[in-house]
Design a protein around this ligand. Sequence first.
Ligand SMILES: [Zn+2]
Length: 270
Amino acid sequence: MLLQNAAQWPIITSRLAAYRMTQELVTSDYTALPLAWTLRRSARARRLALRVHHDGRVEVVAPRGVGEAMIGHFVHRHREWILHRLAERSAPPGPQAFPPATLEFPALGEGYRIHLTGESGRVKVRRLGHGLLSIDGHAGGGSPEAERHAIQCALLAWLLEHTQTAFEPRVRDLAVWGGFSYRRLQLRLQRTRWGSCSSCGVISLNVCSVFQSPAVVNYLMIHELVHTRYMNHSAAYWREVAAHCKDWRVLDRELSRGWRHVPPWIFAVP
Ligand SMILES: [Zn+2]
């Protein structure tokens, strides 16, 4: 599983709680802000860890047996870091039209203009040669919300398939190059993880990685392939990652901040 690298960061990732940031909070005095977070106990955790999710949720992961006073103190000590990450996350977004006029996939070196054809029938997305995607059809029911939802679903379905097709040969080549074996690759839409590798060798990559740079995606693929040998983040695991990707520290950090490159419509249409 790809969380942030525990060896590198005192603050690591995981799953979470609800925290809704408002513009007022962003510009207020940080020290006076209330901080909402949730606690998850983990049998595997060796030390306290924190994560600020891209949707603003803050979670503390604690080993069993660590007392609440110590956890409270830990959160307090990292308060500034948490608030900094929340403020960074809530930088004002650009104007969001939906469907977007263009789509960029840096991982693939591709960009598309989107053309709405207004044709009848079910909503579907087609790639018309290079650089042009058409969206045909209409949602049943006809409300603007239903229309946008249908377009979002069709775009996501197309994106999953397109990215799967593009990533498959890359993962295969990296596996051959590094001498890794895996069973298959699957692309999924996930809110909190960039990738995972199951004990039976199924590698899952988040389709949102298509919005990251090729170098970051290359690192992500290596990260999961190395998990076919080490189902942990041990020192031996990171040595193996470093042997295949010497810039992994920088790329890992870039990936953990990669949510800002994901267009908001992926998770919720405006
Ligand atoms: Zn991992």
